[in-house]
Design a protein around this ligand. Structure first.
Ligand SMILES: [Zn+2]
Length: 355
């Protein structure tokens, strides 16, 4: 079938919204008509990275409805509302290494989509990247579960396993950071310190459970966090992916006390664009830990229904996190530019259609 997609065709140029052709689903593939897609910051890195092959289809969080499925797909069926994500829902050691790429045709040439894409009106996706969506919830704001929520909430609950009574700092409160803050509140953290350079984003973070805010432009965040917590937090999350921030996270967690307890944990969530050097003295002194978190260490088959449940309860206010809605795929370049200029608090989405 023919559909329309935002295609990255040339570096430094806006995305081209053009026709692409999708085949019928293979045995393990699902054809989904998309309702809405989030606009995620990590895609900006892809757009700006000269090593990104062209053409490339982008976007990796969405909702939609199943139009057709391959003969080996049984967990969703035609007409089901679904979430689309880049995090495989339920791998086994046997299926973990298999390709989840799909094929499409663009300007007459056969192409391969690397993983999922959602800046398009339809997607042909591997069955691992499609999960059922409760028909009782709206299909617009739930589009951000597939990346922002799984990455942010997952980092706190799945990767760090924050416990009630612990203390947390989150550096960078965009779409992922806001979800990390909401996740820390759900986990029962008693102090949740949001760090950003934009006051507006910090004010916004307080709506999701930030107990304290630090503007890193005006105040040294490490000193501020240490003084707010009497020596450091249990967990500091880098939702940006910068060398300086990873170091600040390590410096912000409480040091261990030899013979008594280990130090706190810095969690690297945002993907750094280059090598990272850790300051001398942070290891092994203080017995701090640095862990990585990709897709929130999540198991979507269990975790996504939990996120939807928290949304329905009000604990995970996705509707408040989505602050900008673009009407249709043709607005994609406006959305990308606004995100680039730092104008988006929380997350922006495009709505293509509604049920
Ligand atoms: Zn993303």
């Amino acid at each position: 079938m023919k559909t329309r997609a935002a295609v990255h065709v040339e570096h430094g140029k806006p995305l081209a919204v053009e026709e692409v052709e999708l085949g019928d689903p293979g045995p393990l593939e699902v054809l989904v008509k998309l309702y809405a897609s989030g606009i995620c910051h990590s895609q900006l890195h892809q757009i700006h990275n000269p090593a990104t092959p062209t053409p490339t289809l982008l976007g990796h969080e969405a909702t939609g409805v199943v139009m057709a499925r391959g003969r080996q797909v049984s967990h969703v069926k035609e007409g089901d509302r679904v979430m689309v994500t880049w995090v495989p829902r339920d791998l086994t050691p046997e299926t973990a290494g298999l390709s989840r790429n799909t094929k499409y045709t663009f300007r007459g040439g056969a192409q391969e989509a690397r993983g999922v894409y959602t800046w398009s009106e339809h997607v042909l996706a591997h069955e691992q990247l499609v999960l059922p969506l409760d028909p009782e919830v709206p299909t617009d704001v739930t589009a951000i579960i597939g990346c922002a929520t799984v990455t942010g909430v997952g980092a706190v609950i799945g990767s760090a396993k924050v416990q009630p009574g612990e203390t947390v700092a989150v550096f960078g409160v965009g779409g992922v950071g806001i979800n990390a803050i909401a996740g820390a509140k759900i986990a029962g953290a008693i102090k949740i310190i949001a760090v950003d350079l934009v006051d507006e984003k910090l004010r916004f973070a307080q709506e999701f459970g930030a107990t304290d805010v630090v503007n890193g432009k005006q105040t040294d965040p490490v000193e501020a966090i240490r003084s707010l917590t009497g020596g450091g937090v249990d967990y500091a999350f880098d939702a940006i992916g910068m060398e300086s921030v990873i170091n600040q996270c390590l410096e912000s967690v409480k040091p261990g006390v030899l013979g008594l307890r280990r130090g706190g944990t810095a969690v690297s969530v945002g993907i750094p664009q280059g090598d990272v050097t850790i300051k001398r003295g942070l290891f092994p002194g203080g017995e701090r830990s640095l862990i990585g978190s990709l897709g929130g260490t999540s198991h979507p088959i269990e975790d996504f229904p939990q996120y939807v449940h928290w949304f329905k309860q009000g604990a995970l206010p996705l509707d408040k996190m989505v602050t900008k809605v673009y009407d249709g795929l043709d607005r994609i370049n406006d959305g990308v530019q606004a995100l680039e200029r730092g104008e988006i608090s929380g997350r922006s989405i495009m709505v293509y259609d509604r049920p």
